[in-house]
Design a protein. Sequence first.
Length: 137
Amino acid sequence: MEMEFDLAGLDAIAQSLWQQYSHKSVWAFYAPMGSGKTTLIAALCRVIGCQDAVSSPTFSIINEYLLQNGSSLYHMDWYRLKGVEDAIEAGVQDLLERKNALVFIEWPELAEDLLNNEVLRIHLEWRGPETRYIKVS
């Protein structure tokens, strides 16, 4: 999937992503500051039935949300991590390996070595105040 979209269509993009990639358990979101990583994750959480309020885990590093089916979604923000060792100390490696859990990661490039080839990689670009570009690999 590769396309430019208007923020008014964000929920439709989230729905499409979930329909195509719900079989993936770890999603990595690559984008510069202010490009909409957390906003896209919030839209995905609405689509998949997250029961909790979604917020950026920049300071907590990990937020856990309960899904309607009783499983957990771990929303991580690795922005403050200094590398793989910091990530391991924060417990992210254990969550990446947890069965029946969904993981969304912002700033994954800061501990990329923890991610395998099975991770869904989503790249966002800011193209204007209301326009973004998305590429999924």
